[in-house]
Design a protein around this ligand. Structure first.
Ligand code: FES
Length: 108
C-alpha cells in the first residue's frame, strides 16, 4: 500500500467541497472521485464497476454512506466499496488521510 499526497493543505482541500458533493481527481493517471458526506471524505474509482458509467453522474445516498450509479441504480458502500443491492463486483475505494503536511490517499 502506498500513500500519495493529493493536496497541500487540509483546509483548502475541505473548502473545495460542499456537503454531499463529488469532485474528480486524477492520481497517478488514475481517475478517482472524492465525496464529502456527513460521514466524512471517501475516495473511489470514477467508473461504475457494472458497465463503466461515470459515477460523477450518480448520487450520494442521503445517509452519506453510499454512491448510487445513475445508469441502473446499483449502490456501493463508500467505506469498503461493497455492492449493496446487486451482484455486481465491488467498487475500488481508497482511504483519505489528513496529515500535518497535507491530504493523502492510500492506494493499493
Ligand atoms: S453501469 Fe452503474 S449500475 Fe450499471
Amino acid at each position: 500500500m502506498k500513500e500519495v499526497k493529493i493536496y497541500d493543505d487540509k483546509h483548502s482541500f475541505e473548502a473545495l467541497f460542499e456537503e454531499q458533493a463529488l469532485r474528480k481527481f486524477k492520481v497517478n493517471e488514475q481517475k478517482l472521485l472524492i465525496a464529502k458526506t456527513k460521514e466524512g471524505f471517501f475516495a473511489f474509482e470514477a467508473l461504475c464497476p457494472h458497465q463503466k458509467h461515470p459515477l460523477k453522474q450518480g448520487q450520494l445516498h442521503p445517509n452519506g454512506q453510499a454512491i448510487i450509479c445513475s445508469l441502473h441504480g446499483y449502490q456501493f458502500n463508500l467505506r469498503d466499496g461493497k455492492a449493496q443491492n446487486s451482484k455486481c463486483q465491488d467498487l475500488k475505494t481508497f482511504q483519505v488521510g489528513f496529515h500535518p503536511d497535507g491530504v493523502y490517499l492510500k492506494l493499493y
